[in-house]
Design a protein around this ligand. Structure first.
Ligand code: CAA
Length: 283
């Protein structure tokens, strides 16, 4: 099966990036949002990003308009009924995701695939909420989506080979690289990344170095494009804490325990770039 049209549920940072890369690759995409204002914000971000592409001469103004014309924004789920695949990218909350999965499963075509952009929730559990566990898969994008090369393609317990192959082909078509992994807490990306971020927060809490020096060590010594504390701010400190809680609870190894300082900054409402302050300030 080849995917000729996609629906994306959600209008947050990840959903917006996913809609953009699909449309830029010539794929018609229905974007389902909860409110008109969240949809308008998402469309404005996509237009701004594409406009930068025009200014940098990576695309023409006509390409930009063509991409924008492929996005069909809606607040109604019935718009997804005709698409070959639905990518769920709503907030990282099992209750919210479960509601979306059940609704989507009722509406989409029999052979449609349902993918989740989750970074920590079990694909196997999400699949079990549907009538098509063989056609449920993880499609884990990275922030900022228009820039990052990887899509972690996550195979749930029941995911079919055909679903994996179709998702990998779509990933390649939108200019990204699919890497297949099995469903396990944190997959590969966050199982490796989050302990590094957590350890950087322990270094800060224990006074091993300043926030700037912790990040400089990893940037200059390890060639990371940004330091772990700045990266945590980009991802969202609440998201990092949630993922660490999942690793800690579901793998059961104390090495994943979230640093108390991470809990404290989240409790203070310092969530990183999105709230204007995390380990660094962004005002
Ligand atoms: N949206 C769209 N494009 C963006 C962007 C955004 N939010 N942020 C940066 N860009 C683009 C810029 O426009 C720029 O392109 P042009 O100038 O050619 O138009 C290009 O990216 C480089 O940006 P900058 O020059 O401003 O900055 P930089 O060279 O320092 O790169 C970065 C910024 C791409 C974010 C880089 O620092 C980086 O790769 N950081 C690591 C990001 C990372 O690890 N992400 C994964 C997080 S984990 C995750 O997402 C999954 C999870 O489950 C938690």
């Amino acid at each position: 099966m080849d995917v000729t049209s996609v629906s994306v549920v959600g209008t947050g940072t990840m959903a917006t990036g996913i809609v953009q890369v699909l449309a830029q690759s010539g794929i018609p995409v229905t974007m389902v949002g909860r409110s008109q204002s969240s949809i308008e914000d998402a469309l404005a971000t996509i237009r701004r990003n594409l406009q930068r592409g025009v200014e940098r001469e990576r695309m023409t103004a006509d390409d930009m308009e063509l991409s924008l014309s492929l996005v069909v924004p809606t607040t109604r789920y019935d718009g997804i009924a005709e698409t070959d695949m639905v990518i769920e990218a709503v907030s990282e909350d099992m209750v919210v995701k479960a509601e979306v999965f059940e609704r989507v499963d009722d509406l989409v075509k029999e052979l449609a695939l349902i993918a989740s952009n989750t970074s920590s929730i079990s694909i196997t559990s999400l699949a079990s909420l549907t009538s098509r566990p063989d056609r449920v898969i993880g499609m884990h994008f990275f922030n900022p989506v228009p820039v990052m090369q990887l899509v972690e393609v996550v195979r749930g317990l029941a995911t079919s080979d055909e679903a994996v192959e179709t998702t990998a082909r779509l990933t390649t078509r939108i200019g990204k690289t699919p890497v297949e992994v099995n469903d396990f807490p944190g997959f590969v990306s966050n199982r490796v990344l989050m302990p590094m971020i957590n350890e950087a927060v322990y270094c800060l809490m224990e006074g091993v170095a300043t926030r700037e020096n912790i990040d400089s060590v990893m940037k200059l010594g390890m060639n990371h494009p940004m330091g772990p504390l700045a990266l945590a701010d980009l991802i969202g400190l609440d998201v990092c804490l949630d993922i660490l809680e999942v690793l800690h609870r579901d793998i059961g190894d104390p090495k994943y325990r979230p640093c108390p300082l991470l809990r404290k900054v989240v409790a203070a409402g310092k969530l990183g770039r999105k709230s204007g302050e995390g380990f660094f300030e962004y005002r």
